[in-house]
Every structure is written in C-alpha cells, then in structure tokens.
Ligand binder design. Structure first.
Ligand code: 4AD
Ligand code: MG
Length: 503
C-alpha cells in the first residue's frame, strides 16, 4: 500500500480510474477459478472488489479466497464505473490487508428466525436491511430537529425521572429514587406546557418509557418521541402544523434515502403523495364508517385479495422448487433456498392476516361510540386511505385528563390522532390542553390523582392561562411506516419489548 488515497465507498464516484484504499468488512464473497468477487461494505455502502489471480501474490489470493464473512480488511485497487455492480462502481484489486479474519459468522445468508436475529442484534445491525433502516431513522431524526429549529421552536430537555403521570398510571415504570417513588417519563408534555408559557413555541425530544402490557407490533417499552407545544394555538392550527411537519419528514427521506427505500421495497410512489392537506375525520364519523355496510364489503374484498396473494406465493414456491429439482449450481441453489424461506415467512404473515380479517371485521361492525379506537379499527381506517388521516374529537372518557373539553359538545375533547396510511395506524397523538383551572382540577380529582403533586401544573392555569396545545410523534412508528417494516422492533437499534430484552 503506497500512494493510494483512503476513500469511502460513497466517494468512489469522484475517484474513477484512481487508485484508492477502502477500509471495511467482507459482506459476501464468491470465487471463480481465477477470480474472486468480494463484496465489501464500509458503513457508507457496498462495493464489489474483483481480485484476479496474478494481480496479487498467490499467498494473498488464497487468503482472500478463504476469508470468512465479516472479516475486517483494507483493499486497494483502481476504481471502475460499472453499472451492473452494486453501487455502480467496482474495484480492480491490486493489494489487500486482512485485519481480523472472522470464521463461522453466525448470521448466514439463509433466513433466520426473529428471535435468533434479535439475540444477535449486535451483529445483525450490519445486515443490509438494518443498515438501510438505521440510515432512514437518522434522516427522520435530523428532519424533526430541522423542522422545529427552522420554525422558531426552542428545544427544552424535559426530565426522565418524573413525579407526574401524563398518560395514565397503569403504564408507569416505578423507580426507587433514594427514599422516594418516582417514575420514568411517559411524556415530556406537562413540563413542556410550563416552558411554552415562557418561550411560546417549544419542543422536547427524547426517550419515553411505558410499561405497556401489550405485545403488539406497534408497542415498545422504550421509544423515542418528539413533542412540540405551542402557546396560543387551536385545533385547526395544530392539524396544520402536524401535516406540514410530517410532509417535511417524508420529503427529507425521499431526498436522502431513495436507494435505501428501494432496497427495503418501500412504497416510494405512495410516499411521494404525502403532501398537505391530509384527510380529516371526526371520531364520530369514524365510528359510523366502522359500522357501515361499506366497511363490511371492504373487509370481504380484502380477505379475497389476501387469499389471492397467498395462492400466488404458493405457486411461486412451487416454481422455485421445480427449478431446484431440475438441478442448478450450488450458489444458485442457495439463492433459491433463501428466496423460498423468505416467501414462506411472507406466507406466514399472510396467514395471520387472513385469520385476523374476520375478527377485525366483526370488531368494527360491533364498534360502539365511546370506546377508544383499537389497533384493528385504526388499521381499517388507515388501509382505506392513501394519505394520513386525522381523527379528531374523541369521547372525553376515552382520553387523557389534560385534553380540553369541547365547549360546543362536552362529550368530546379537542384532540386528534394522526393515522398513517396503508395500515400502519397511529403515529401522532395530540390535543388542545384544558386551560380552565376548575375544569382541570375536577379532571385531576376524577382520575384519582393527588392534587398536591399536580399543583404546579394547575398553577399554569392560574397565572396567565392561554389556549395552548401540542402533539407527540413516535419515531419508531414513523420509521416503520416509511420503510414498510411490519414490526417497530426493527426500527430502533436495540429494542425493548414487554416480554423480551435481548441484549
Ligand atoms: O398518543 P400518545 O400517548 O401521546 C402523548 O404522549 C402526548 N403526551 C403527546 C403530546 O400531546 N405531547 O403518544 C404519542 C405517540 C403515539 O402516537 C405513538 O407514535 C408513540 O407516541 N407511542 C409509542 N411508540 C412506540 N411504543 C409505544 N408503546 C408507544 N406509545 C406511544
Ligand atoms: Mg395515542
């Protein structure tokens, strides 16, 4: 290794025909008789490195031929533009240095079970899917900060040890704080309301903890939430802010991560449609939709469509098995085997949906005004729409104590949830806050909370109370929607689930 430049794979485009060195890990390799195809990754991308016998020493050629997946190495060679290669460039290798030869890397190209991959998350993070999701998450978080910072919001870091409950005492994680019981934060909102009365427009962004006793694909016990809070705003103003905010996030991901979205098989065309205005429905309208004849028909059509998809996948497996039986090269056989396993896991998901469809249809048909929307109800509404849907004005008894009672109809509150399309469900929850001292005091008592603990929160309604409100967006649910990931555990590097904490 001499006068070559150290380069990242993402910068190969500026180094065509130059001699460069990449520092990375061996992602995949394939050997012909006199040539090796090493796919190297370096954190910024993948690059095919071609090693021809005779261009490097025989000893190195043999070492590289037997090098295991995820070995670390530095490769030197000349950059060539090659459309057919991953990333559009490849390296004609002249030298290489092996730093750590890895043998028996536990994650193989074969499909593995979810449990196995989560136990090996420290390694699985290196997979292409996790890499793509992680980069998209990074863009989402960057876009969140940009949006608020560029729109006059002040960042307030709210505490993680808290004395109050924002979202119900059932999901609090208790902490023994010296001789006192505190809990981990469920929301920064209540503290943020105090800050909004000083700064006007504020936001907090951090980890959030909920002892959710639900093992669903939408719940983590530790997740990241961003919450803006604004003084002098009404419900219409909040919806407008939320749709501009979400559209901005989507546009940043489309700008920065098209390639990753493609690898993940995300629905880019649908994401391109995400622009204001979003749909607006009241809770009461949603209740009517759920119990309508049209929804029953819609669910029946969906079931037929799912069964059709199942048939097609089964046929695809049959075809692949025929190809296998006809005899193919070893690498091709492995590729087919992986494909079959992937289709099987898709089939298993379809089976679950086919089994759930009638249950969800009957839950919707029996929906009664007054209940909170369940996951399956949200899914139905969200599948019926091609853009996000705001659902506003929920029954007050189904929602948090701090939400402002609608003065025109005291059975409902001035709140909203934003449901992402294509079945992903709630990504935002928000509301106008109760700003009347006496009404709020009654609600706190009604919840059975200790008024003393909430006195500071009540004070905000005593000293210059103003109409105000805000919302919270969950990062993992947003990333799941944008990437098309079914389970939000894939959308955070080290997930915490109710029943499982792996590493
Ligand atoms: O609807 P939630 O509970 O609203 C609040 O916490 C309000 N205090 C926000 C506010 O008005 N400032 O939660 C907001 C969002 C949900 O829409 C969802 O995206 C996410 O946080 N979320 C979760 N994400 C993953 N796992 C969980 N267990 C979640 N619970 C809520
Ligand atoms: Mg909610």
């Amino acid at each position: 290794m001499g006068n070559e430049t150290k380069t990242y794979i993402s910068d190969l485009k500026d180094n065509v025909e130059k001699l460069v060195t990449l520092s990375g890990w061996l992602y995949q390799s394939r050997a012909g008789g006199k040539v090796l195809f090493l796919i190297v990754r370096d954190g910024t991308g993948l690059c095919q490195c071609i090693v021809e016998k005779g261009k490097v020493s025989d000893e190195l050629f043999e070492q590289l031929r037997h090098l295991g997946r995820e070995s670390s190495l530095m490769v030197t060679g000349t950059v060539r533009a090659e459309e057919r290669s991953v990333g559009g460039y490849e390296l004609a290798v002249t030298d290489a240095k092996i730093l750590c030869a890895a043998t028996d890397y536990p994650i193989t190209p074969k499909a593995h079970g979810v449990d196995f991959l989560l136990k090996n998350r420290h390694l699985h993070l290196r997979s292409q899917r996790q890499w793509c999701i992680g980069r998209i998450r990074h863009t989402v978080i960057d876009a969140i900060r940009r949006f608020f910072n560029n729109n006059g919001f002040i960042l307030i870091d709210t505490p993680i040890f808290t004395t109050i409950a924002g979202e119900g005492e059932q999901t609090l994680f208790e902490v023994d704080y010296f001789d006192r019981q505190l809990h981990l934060t469920q929301t920064g909102q209540l503290y943020l309301e105090a800050a909004a009365m000083s700064f006007g427009k504020v936001y907090c962004f951090g980890p959030t903890f909920r002892a959710e006793k639900s093992k669903t694909r939408r719940h983590l016990t530790e997740f990241w939430m961003v919450e803006p809070e604004i003084a002098y705003i009404d419900l219409a103003g909040l919806l407008e802010l939320a749709e501009n905010f979400v559209s901005f996030i989507v546009s940043r991901v489309l700008l920065n991560n098209k390639a990753e979205l493609e690898v993940l098989g995300a629905d880019i065309e649908s994401l391109e449609k995400i622009k204001p205005p979003f749909y607006r429905l009241t809770y009461t309208e949603v209740a009517d939709i759920l119990t309508s004849e049209k929804t029953a028909e819609f669910m029946a059509e969906q079931l037929a469509e799912l069964k059709n998809q199942k048939e097609q996948l089964e046929k695809k497996i049959e075809d692949l098995e025929k190809q296998q039986a006809a005899g193919v090269k070893k690498w091709k056989a492995e590729k087919i085997a992986t494909e079959i396993m992937e289709i099987r896991s898709g089939l298993a998901e379809l089976d679950v949906r086919i089994e759930n469809n009638p249950k969800h249809a009957s839950l919707a048909a029996g929906f009664e005004w007054g209940k909170d929307l369940g996951g399956s109800d949200e899914t139905i509404i969200s599948v019926m729409h091609d853009k996000p849907v705001f659902v506003t004005h929920y029954p007050k008894d189904a929602k948090a104590f701090y939400m402002k009672v609608d003065r025109a109809n005291d059975k409902v509150v001035e709140n909203f949830d934003l449901l992402a399309p294509a079945g992903f469900g709630e990504v935002i929850g928000g509301s106008v806050r109760e700003d009347d001292y006496d009404v709020l005091l009654d609600k706190i008592k009604h919840e059975g909370y200790d008024v003393k603990t909430y006195q500071w929160y009540l004070d905000l309604r005593k000293y210059g109370s103003v109409p105000h409100g805000g919302f919270g967006l969950g990062v993992e649910r947003t990333v799941a929607w944008l990437t098309g990931e079914k389970h939000i555990r894939q959308c955070i590097a080290f997930p915490r689930l109710m029943d499982k904490v792996y590493i």
